[in-house]
Each structure stands twice: as C-alpha cells, then as structure tokens.
Write a protein that binds this ligand. Structure first.
Ligand code: PEP
Ligand code: MN
Length: 332
C-alpha cells in the first residue's frame, strides 16, 4: 500500500503517522520528493482501514498495490535510483558504458582492452573471471587470477570493474571489485541473491533466459530486501525459437522496467544477439529506448577469443559505436 502525503505536511505530523503505522506492524519506507512525501507500507496491510487513512488531513491519496515487489517498485520510490561505483554513475540521467572482454585471458589482453575502451569513453570495465559455460569442457575462466588481472587493469586505467560471481564462497575474492554481476543463469539463485543483499557493493542483475520481468524484479527484491539497494537491471535477451540470433532482445523491457521500477536499466546487445555485426544497431536502439547504459563485449582479437568471440566487437568498432550512441542520446 502507498500513502501520498499532502505538500506542507510538517515533520512532526509525518512522524506521528509513521509511528501509528509502525505500531500496526508495518515497515514504512519514506520517500521525500520535491513536493510530496510518499510512504511505502510493507507488511500485512489487510488490517489497515484504507478509508480512515485516506481521510486523514495530511493524506492526499492511498493506493493498494498488487505488485509483490516493494523495494524495487517505482510507486514507493518515484525518483530514479543512481548507482555509484568509484567516480562512475548509472541511472537518473547518468549513462553507463560497460565494456570489455567476455573473459579475462591474460594481463596483456585485459590491460590492452581496458586502455582502448577507456579512450573510447567506457565508464566501466567488464571481464569474466568465473565463467558460467554450458559445457564443463570449455574454458571456465581464470578464476581468482582473473580478478587479480582485472584489478591491475583497474589500477592502470582508473575504471571501476564489473565481474560475475558464481558462488558466494568466492565473495572474499571480490573485495576490490566495484560491481558484482549476477549472470542470467543465476538470476534465480535465491541463496546467492540473499547473501548479495547483505553486501555493500552494487549488483548488476542480468535477466534469466526465460525470466519474466516480474520474476526479474522479484530477484532484485531479494537483493534489496537484505538492505542492498544498489541494483542495476540488465536486459540481455531471452530465449526464443529463431536460431538466427543467440537470444531475442526484448527492448520493450527497457521502458517497461523503468515504468515499474526506479532501478537503472542497462542493455547487453552482445549476449542478446550473439553476433558482432548486430551489436551496433541494437546498442543504438537500446539508447533510443531510454536505457541507462550498455554492456558491450569488446576483444582485441575476436577470432582467437576464448569465449564469445563471435559477438565481440573490436576496440575500433566499439569506439565508433560509443560515438554513435552519444549522437542518439543527444538527439533524444
Ligand atoms: C556475461 O556477461 O559474460 C554472461 C555470461 O552473460 P549472461 O549471464 O547474460 O549470459
Ligand atoms: Mn560473454
């Protein structure tokens, strides 16, 4: 349930109302906007007399909401959430450009790519150290050593780093990682989400291959319910029947998620299409759809990449895409 308070409500009046609501067993999330205060009431609201609440002098409007996601819900939190990592921000008008290889392969590889994407305007460096591969016989990532190499690239460029966690037992290795990614395959690993809810780092949550938007928001809710409100949602395509593309990019998810939630939404056109030549048009479309950022796989030698070479663009191609994306954003 949400209660919108009238402009001009005093702090003492607000406090009294919050005390009364809390005494009825509800958790009250307060969101102070420029003109109005919104109270998000979480818990068993069935015993609340809506008419009584709506009739109070300081209450403008009361709405029962049916969405089960409360913390992620825009109705409770009308202003965009801005996720911050080092000097970079995503959301609330800040566009995040996350770029780098699918997997960290060597110091030279990650440092070369990091320098190139930074020069092209990337605001975050990505790179997988722990890789969720379909086959156990494929390259599984460099693990702890991969994170060490990402940290070297971070020290050299100043770029905050984004890398995927596959098991909570690895969390200690992520101490200097700026943004922890939860991959599509782990979007509903609820124990992992609960543990990440207790950590103080931003989480980039990728949409599961067959997850509905509601399921994705409920996964964000798992993280937020633990106290970690720094969540970035990532649309990376969903599985469908047409093998021409690796996945089907659901671009309508961008405006929809932004309508439903205050969390920033980024798009990954690389995993969504599986084809380097499709990354540019889909990156531009994502920017036009109102995304708060992009995650793009970039490799200095895609032909010899240990993972996802077919969908990786070169640093030069990335630089051109970054310029075109900036043009689209200016046009908006
Ligand atoms: C990735 O970003 O490297 C990745 C494995 O993506 P996804 O979880 O979307 O498949
Ligand atoms: Mn990949």
């Amino acid at each position: 349930m949400i209660a919108v308070l009238k402009g001009g409500t005093t702090a003492a009046q607000k406090e009294n109302l919050i005390k009364w609501l809390s005494a009825q067993g509800l958790t009250v999330h307060v969101s102070e906007g420029a003109y109005k205060t919104v109270l998000g009431l979480v818990g068993d609201t069935s015993k609340i007399d809506m008419d009584l609440l709506a009739g109070l002098e300081i209450v403008d409007q009361v709405t029962r909401i049916s969405e089960p996601f409360k913390s992620a819900n825009r109705k409770f939190h009308p202003d965009d959430t801005v996720v911050t990592a080092k000097d970079a921000k995503i959301g609330g008008g800040n566009f995040g450009l996350i770029a780098g290889p699918c997997s960290v392969e060597s110091e030279e590889q990650i440092c070369t790519i990091a320098a190139a994407v930074k020069a092209a305007g990337a605001t975050f460096l990505r790179g997988g150290a722990f890789k969720p591969r379909t086959s156990p016989y494929d390259f599984q990532g460099m693990g702890a050593e991969g994170i060490e190499l990402l940290l070297k690239a971070k020290a050299a460029t100043g770029l905050p780093i984004v890398t995927e966690i596959m098991s909570i037992s690895h969390l200690d290795l992520f101490a200097d990682v700026d943004v922890i990614q939860v991959g599509a395959r782990n979007m509903q690993n609820f124990e992992l989400l609960k543990q990440l809810g207790k950590c103080d780092k931003p989480i980039l949550l990728k949409r599961g291959m067959s997850a509905t938007l509601k399921e994705m928001l409920m996964s964000a809710e798992y993280i937020m319910a633990g106290g970690n409100e720094q969540v970035i949602l990532c649309e990376r395509g969903i599985r469908s029947f047409d093998p021409y593309t690796r996945n089907v990019l659901d671009l309508a998810a961008v405006p929809l998620l932004k309508e439903l939630s205050h969390l920033p939404v980024v798009v990954d056109p690389s995993h969504a299409t599986g084809a380097a030549r499709l990354v540019r048009p889909m990156a531009l479309a994502a920017a036009a759809s109102g995304a708060d950022g992009l995650m793009i796989e970039v490799h200095n030698d895609p032909m010899h990449a240990l993972c996802d070479g077919a969908q990786s663009v070169t640093p030069d191609q990335f630089a051109e895409i970054a310029k075109a994306v900036a043009t689209v954003r200016t046009a908006l």
